[in-house]
Design a protein. Structure first.
Length: 279
């Protein structure tokens, strides 16, 4: 059913300021700046080798504006959602309704890039709360148009390494993401040093990392943070320090043959790690 982790959403109050901050952090300009007039939102998109990042702000009135305003009032700016792609939204709708879930039919979406007037069209399939479990998430089928792929420099971010999600119910998460969505579960183990269970789901050369802290509450999942892959962490670190970004010193990563640094500013409340895989 699911093809890729299509994109990540960060809710922001001031789209212009957030765009400037992420342009500095990522080392690239947005490939798209547009609006969803039917939803009451505006966005900036940054494209990568395996997914894209959407900065999303309320602009006007509509379903999208209501969602963003609710997120901002409840928890402020930050990582607020993700979108999974499917080849056929209507087929996915039939599969989920046949499995007993109640959801609306796919809705048409359209956006116009203010940079060059290019149009993109898609179909959104909004998921029921039994599947999202507290996360703003939906399925998308791209119908027309595409995003420009930027040229990546040695000191820029070129792909998403992993998305981190916290849960109190790993077994329920597996049922949804493996059994219903069909995403490959690559790892399921207890990390003794943390006394926590960890899941790795892999698709389109990135990882959804799930960390379980079990409790007696109803099943709930929460987006936590992002780890971005860079080609040369030393150069990226130098560029960001010179630009005034608060970033930790470089240190060896938990995973063998990696080195990492934590970004502490310009992220709009998204815990952010930079990682270089050393060949």
């Amino acid at each position: 059913m699911i093809e890729t982790l299509d994109h990540i959403i960060i809710a922001v109050e001031d789209l212009n300021q957030a765009t400037k901050d992420y342009e500095l952090l990522l080392g690239q300009s947005p490939v798209w700046m547009g609006e969803h007039k039917a939803y009451g939102t505006a966005n900036s998109l940054f494209n990568f080798e395996n997914t894209y990042l959407e900065l999303l702000a309320a602009k006007g009135e509509g379903f999208g504006a209501d969602v963003i305003n609710h997120i901002l009032s409840e928890s402020g700016e930050g990582l607020s959602g993700f979108v999974l792609s499917t080849k056929d939204a209507h087929k996915a709708f039939s599969a989920l309704t046949n499995a007993g879930y109640s959801l609306g039919e796919p809705a048409d979406g359209e956006g116009i890039n203010h940079k060059d007037s290019q149009t993109r069209k898609w179909k959104n399939l909004f998921l029921p709360p039994e599947l999202t479990r507290g996360i703003f998430a939906f399925l998308i089928e791209h119908v027309e148009g595409s995003l420009e792929m930027p040229s990546f420099k040695e000191d820029s971010i070129h792909k998403l390494d992993h998305l981190v999600i916290n849960t109190n119910d790993a077994d329920g998460f597996i049922k949804i993401y493996k059994e219903i969505y069909g995403i490959r579960l690559a790892l399921d183990k207890v990390i003794d040093a943390w006394n926590k269970r960890m899941l790795f789901f892999r698709l389109n050369k990135t990882t959804i990392e799930v960390i379980e802290e079990k409790d007696a509450s109803p099943s709930v999942d929460k987006l936590w943070g992002l780890a971005w892959s860079v080609k040369n962490l030393n150069q990226t670190h130098t560029r960001l320090k010179k630009a005034g970004v608060d970033i930790s010193e470089i240190k060896p990563g938990i995973k063998e043959n990696t080195k990492v640094a934590t970004v502490k500013s310009h992220t709009h409340n998204v815990p952010t790690l930079l990682i270089e895989h050393i060949s």
